[in-house]
Design a protein around this ligand. Structure first.
Ligand SMILES: Nc1ncnc2c1ncn2[C@@H]1O[C@H](COP(=O)(O)OP(=O)(O)OP(=O)(O)O)[C@@H](O)[C@H]1O
Ligand SMILES: [Mg+2]
Length: 270
């Protein structure tokens, strides 16, 4: 086990601009972590720093359990826009297994397992690049899962998917988690985070402003910006249901909606 993973005072500057600022946090084994924050908050950069694709300008990223082994061998990442090779679905997975030096004789069984777990068996011989975005995202997950990583980083795996494809991808993520892989994932979708998170990291303009259990984060975060972020979401979906969120200001009468779909207007009899 290469976990826990610790980031200590990690700062990332690109062309002199600090984009990730003094982030310290630890990822223990077990819990699923959702990294939340608005567009541009630094979620993808933080994930790349964790995965080792970017080196911090200052600070350190340390895998406590690696003990001299190369941590890269025990982790995988699925990108916000996964890149598919110009090969069949099965060959895309075969290539990833080859890169990890998995014995050739073991590859077919691993490929079949990964495809069947993600519902892609019938597409095994289809060129990967003709798949729909939902299918490509499933293939990206299958390709990562086939490597049986200890830790899997997922960058907005459902960002461009419709509700049915999102549900399918979340089901696969749950299965990967149940099979023992540690999930660290970014999303700006709060309802998704509510469904999947055990623990939340909330980023704002490159800073980690809150790390908390999902229960604590969604019930009563300490950070004011996190509070606003959650409240914004609440107002958004509760208004759609004509219900006021706790503490939410009343709308002016003109905009006030009537509960229960709206009573019929009273008629003047005269
Ligand atoms: N290579 C780069 N050079 C300069 N700026 C960059 C680079 N990569 C990212 N940035 C900037 O860093 C900030 C954080 O980017 P990042 O991609 O991590 O955001 P994010 O939270 O993942 O956003 P989104 O939700 O849109 O995916 C953004 O303002 C982005 O423009
Ligand atoms: Mg991103």
């Amino acid at each position: 086990m290469i976990l826990p993973l610790s980031l200590e005072n990690v700062t990332l500057e690109i062309d002199g601009t600090p984009l990730v600022k003094d982030v310290s946090c630890t990822f223990e084994a077990g819990a699923r972590t959702m990294i939340l924050g608005a567009n541009g908050a630094g979620k993808s950069l933080l994930l790349r720093l964790c995965h080792g694709l970017l080196k911090p300008t200052t600070g350190s990223v340390h895998w406590h359990g690696a003990l001299g082994r190369d941590p890269a061998r025990f982790q995988a990442m699925v990108f916000q826009r996964p890149v598919m090779l110009r090969r069949t679905v099965a060959a895309n997975i075969a290539y990833a297994l080859k890169l990890k030096d998995i014995a050739k004789a073991d590859r077919p069984a691993l490929i079949e397992e990964a495809l069947s777990h993600t519902g892609l068996l019938r597409l095994a011989d289809t060129p990967a690049r003709v798949l729909s975005s939902g299918e490509q995202q499933k293939l990206a997950l299958a390709r990562a899962w086939a490597l049986n990583p200890e830790v899997l980083f997922l960058d907005e795996p459902t960002a461009n998917l419709d509700p049915a494809a999102t549900y399918a991808v979340e089901t696969i993520i749950n299965a990967i988690d149940a099979a023992g892989t540690r999930i660290v994932m970014t999303t700006h979708d709060l309802s998704q985070a509510r469904r999947l998170a055990d623990e939340v990291l909330f980023l704002h303009r490159g800073r980690l402003v809150e790390q908390a259990s999902a229960d604590k984060f969604f019930d009563n975060p300490d950070n004011d910006i996190a509070k606003e972020f959650i409240k914004g979401d609440l107002m958004w979906w509760r208004h759609g249901r004509n219900v006021r969120a706790p503490g939410e200001a009343r709308l002016p009468p003109r905009h006030r909606r009537v509960r229960g779909g709206g009573a019929k207007p009273k008629r003047n009899k005269s």
